[in-house]
Ligand binder design. Structure first.
Ligand code: XBP
Length: 244
């Protein structure tokens, strides 16, 4: 099968957004809400095992002894999550986030080669659009043939639902696409949907188990076996047909 699409995770993959972006926005929203919650870096790295901001907050609330059903806790926490999203979007719009090395180049190479681009993320659509506009310009939103977010697919990674949604939008079999992820949850979501997956871990996810990835990279500007060389679209095409 010929590679026809590149599917990118957002947080940690397109840009390293978690430690200084989302985490700071969460803490600001907690403080504004009068909660004595503060997610420092080690705690946040552990909490990242729970995909989805509201789900992560709900998980932490239970650790802090909150009672209630998931729906009851979500209802209490969603206003705080909306405030957090506003803080995060302001951070991104102010230039607080840059793309990871090689991402802009890979997107341009894929477009020039006629491949389709897609996004599969558990974050909000608002966060995705803000990140694309701030880093690639507002017209870049049109580069992506499918953008799967928490709005389109409520079930979060490692569930494969968002990757299955993207493949359906692209009208492609999993074998015609390859995923780019930074966490084990993301790797499992992509591979469970049948896609091969390249991982580029961040400091937050570096200790995770990436068994099943077809390639594990520092980033797209560092080839894993050819020191001093970048990762090209040809390398991605090779990994797209390899067995991991
Ligand atoms: C990363 C996530 C998100 C972000 C926080 O998404 O799991 O929950 O950490 O964003 P992905 P929200 O790696 O799939 O891009 O608060 O909007 O969920």
């Amino acid at each position: 099968m010929t590679l026809e699409a590149l599917v990118f995770d957002v947080d940690g993959t397109l840009a390293d957004t978690e430690r200084d972006g989302h985490r700071v926005a969460f803490n600001t929203a907690f403080s504004e809400a009068g909660l004595d919650w503060h997610w420092d870096e080690p705690l946040y790295s552990r909490l990242l095992s729970v995909a989805g901001g509201v789900e992560r907050m709900t998980h932490y609330a239970r650790l802090r002894g909150w009672d209630g059903t998931d729906d009851e806790l979500h209802a209490r926490l969603k206003p705080i999550h909306r405030a957090k999203t506003a803080h995060y979007v302001r951070h991104v719009a102010s230039g607080g986030v840059v793309l990871r090395p090689g991402i802009a180049r890979m997107l341009a190479e894929a477009r020039a080669a006629g491949l389709r681009l897609a996004i599969a993320t558990t974050t909000t659509r608002e966060n995705v659009l803000a990140l694309l506009a701030a880093t690639l310009g507002s017209s870049s939103i049109g580069w992506f043939a499918a953008i799967g977010t928490a709005a389109e697919v409520p079930l979060k990674k490692p569930d494969p639902a968002v990757y299955r949604w993207v493949l359906a939008e692209l009208h492609l079999p999993a074998s015609a696409a390859i995923a780019f992820e930074d966490t084990r949850n993301g790797l499992l979501a992509a591979t469970s949907a049948g896609l091969r997956c390249i991982v580029t871990p961040t400091e937050c996810s570096s200790a995770e188990d990436f068994t099943g990835a077809v390639a594990k990279l520092v980033d797209l500007d560092h080839h894993p076996t050819r020191p001093g060389e970048i990762v090209t679209l040809e390398d991605v095409r090779d990994w797209a047909v390899s067995s991991n």
